[in-house]
Design a protein around this ligand. Sequence first.
Ligand SMILES: Nc1ncnc2c1ncn2[C@@H]1O[C@H](COP(=O)(O)OP(=O)(O)OP(=O)(O)O)[C@@H](O)[C@H]1O
Ligand SMILES: [Mg+2]
Length: 346
Amino acid sequence: MSDAYLTLDKLTLAYGDTVAVKDLDLTIEKGELVALLGPSGCGKTTTMRSIAGLLNPASGRITLDGADITRVSANKRNVGLVFQSYALFPHLTVYENVAFGLRLKGVSGKQLDDKVTASIKSVGLASFAARKPGELSGGQQQRVALARSMVMEPKVLLLDEPLSNLDARLRLEMRAELQRVQKGTGVTMIFVTHDQIEALALADRIVVMLNGGIEQIGTPEDIYNKPVSAFVADFVGFENVFALENGKLATPNGLVELSASASQVPVPAATKGLAWRPRMVILGSGPFQGTVRGTSFAGNTREYLLDTPLGPIKAEVDAALPSHAIGATLSFDLPLAAAAPLSRCR
Ligand SMILES: Nc1ncnc2c1ncn2[C@@H]1O[C@H](COP(=O)(O)OP(=O)(O)OP(=O)(O)O)[C@@H](O)[C@H]1O
Ligand SMILES: [Mg+2]
């Protein structure tokens, strides 16, 4: 990619003999907001630590703004890092917390004051500058942590689960805040989350990680609508995922032919699996039969769990439709046209 600003090139990261990240390739453009998304232990924090310079790669290369920084020490990289526990200095005011790093760098006088004031203002805390962290809400403290990193004008700002300490409502607010600050300042930002909703809502691009590698990189729309692997499909809510063998669905009861109407749409040869969201399942007609095992009301929709020869199937239909009782037998279809084709399946 021509606009590469930060590149990770065949990066392998290990703790002693434990390889946590293997041969990771990633290119990030200047000003992008990228989310690292994945289950616990997949290597998100490890990757961030290596970008920050807190962990030396076992092999591979990191470049930033045209320079190889693989062996550059953490304090010379100009990379900001905000952790989940953002550890503000409790005895210092908001102003002094934000000024701290600049003072260490020898910035003083009007230049210091201008930068600190602008940074505090950018996170909406201008009237809180004289308070101490203990006199702020969790979200306000988080904004101080953000201002403290931003004021250093990092080339890249890394945020490791910065919102995970906050309650649901504050999280939503802070999400919007993060996005606003990032777009306002144009800082290149990578944030870690294991919450797919958060990644979809915030990021320009999402990197889905699994077992120390990258499963998929794409825009939120790509990841949500066009998952490439069974893992990503499942992760973003395609709850009916099947491997394909010889153009047939692999089920617990052997290979099953897709419906006749569906077979008119050719499945690309490279397709290794198919996935349907519950709302893509057609309930009430189709070549398959299932028995309702469970049903739950979800406001606008009603969800059904069906026992079927294909294994358990989850379907979601308009709640205004007549409901079906547990034990009822229903026809259903998995329309091929709606399915997400997977190029990797398990
Ligand atoms: N200091 C360490 N020493 C040895 N192994 C470690 C160390 N830190 C992490 N690991 C291992 O490296 C792998 C990746 O860990 P990492 O912290 O990067 O995961 P993560 O994706 O950030 O997970 P989480 O969502 O739980 O924070 C895990 O298997 C973990 O056990
Ligand atoms: Mg982590």
